[in-house]
Design a protein. Sequence first.
Length: 142
Amino acid sequence: MKKLNKRKIAVITGAAILLFFALTFQPIVSFAALDTEGGNNDSGRSGNIITLRNPLGNNINNLPAFIYMILDIVFRIGAIMAVLVLMYVGFMFVSARGDTEKLETARRAFLWTVIGIALLLGGRLIASIIGNTISQVSTGIY
């Protein structure tokens, strides 16, 4: 039984290492192609001009905007999870049917859910306040 567990661990570890190296060294292989066009040559012709577009959008062009985008995604996911957990806690209250232990468990779950929602909203508020303060202070710097 122990050999089977060790073998599974070895297979999973080997697969993870193989996947890591495959994903890490893939750009090296794809960028290894010879550049037959591009740039200026002696004949005066110029090659293709490659423009890089921002994959995050036109509004994300600095670190604070990127961090705010990540916080916005976390907030949206947290809001969806908060609604689902509130529904589950409501189900816990309904399924308790007067059992004091189950009601106490449901009350604790509701309390921690409300605390989590408050932290989610408070974190967003604090991030917004800090971001606005920094942008007002640094207006004349750049």
